[in-house]
Design a protein around this ligand. Structure first.
Ligand code: GLU
Length: 252
């Protein structure tokens, strides 16, 4: 089980993301990474090993930005090393993706993309999904949200994902199937995580995504959810009863 944390809002994202990854460390992982939407595009940093190592690695780097995604990986496809760690860039570097789960048909998707000239940098199934999303986005004149829906309709397997785009700095796109994902609703800020533990200190209003749902999470706008076949879903808002002090005493 890996950990996913994402943020879009008015605060600096990095401190929220790194603290969120620490709260998810109990799930186990072998590498960690973060991608932040800075003023000149996406800055992406990753390391094998612990979240502390990632935090040390970025000490002299540009970690500014109010939108970002962060991940702790439990390797299933490819060694636990820095290249295979998430986030993964799209081929152009305009998009970045974090993923929890397994894309079972990644080999056939990868072969198709390689035939079209794509060259992969990592051994992961996740990078195949990232390239597929961008390929659909570029070739079909769709919005990124629609491209994510279409890519996921071709995927066999399990996923919880979050995508960011250089061209949409106040936006996260999240989706899940057979792997949990929760959206936290704040005031002029939104959060995404694998479970609610990174969110409790910021909000008690959360929406658990259901299987095959894709969420458009935009700063200052209402959460919009559609199924991968484009049925509109009404978000069901839960109120968390977990408190931060109970969480901190809970031995995570
Ligand atoms: N299958 C992906 C990988 O190996 C994600 C693993 C995870 O859930 O951390 O990179």
């Amino acid at each position: 089980m890996c950990g996913i944390v994402a943020y879009v809002g008015h605060q600096q994202a990095y401190p929220i993301l790194i603290k969120g990854l620490r709260r998810l460390e109990y799930r186990g992982y072998d590498s960690a990474g973060v991608a932040l939407l800075g003023s000149d595009g996406i800055n992406l940093y990753k390391t094998s090993g612990k979240v502390d190592e990632l935090d040390n690695h970025v000490k002299d780097k540009d970690i500014s930005g109010t939108t970002g995604i962060a991940h702790t990986r439990w390797a299933t496809h490819g060694e636990p090393n820095t290249i295979n760690a998430h986030p993964h860039f799209s081929e152009s570097g305009n998009l970045a993706l974090i993923h929890n789960g397994i894309i079972e048909n990644y080999l056939s998707l990868k072969a198709e993309l390689e035939n079209r000239g794509y060259k992969f940098r990592s051994q992961t199934d996740t990078e195949v999904l990232m390239y597929l999303i961008e390929d659909i986005f570029k070739s079909n004149g769709l919005s990124l949200f629609e491209a994510v829906q279409m890519a996921l309709s071709q995927v066999v397997g399990a996923y919880a994902i979050v995508v960011i785009s250089k061209d949409h700095p106040d936006e996260l796109i999240a989706a899940r199937k057979s792997s949990p994902l929760v959206v936290g609703l704040g005031k002029d800020e939104m959060f995404v995580a694998s479970d609610a533990t990174p969110l409790v200190e910021y909000t008690s209003e959360v929406v658990y995504l259901n299987d095959e749902e894709v969420a458009l999470i935009r700063r200052g706008e209402k959460l919009l959810i559609r199924s991968i076949d484009n049925t509109v879903k009404s978000p069901y808002v839960h109120t968390l009863e977990m408190s931060l002090s109970a969480l901190e005493k809970g031995g995570y």
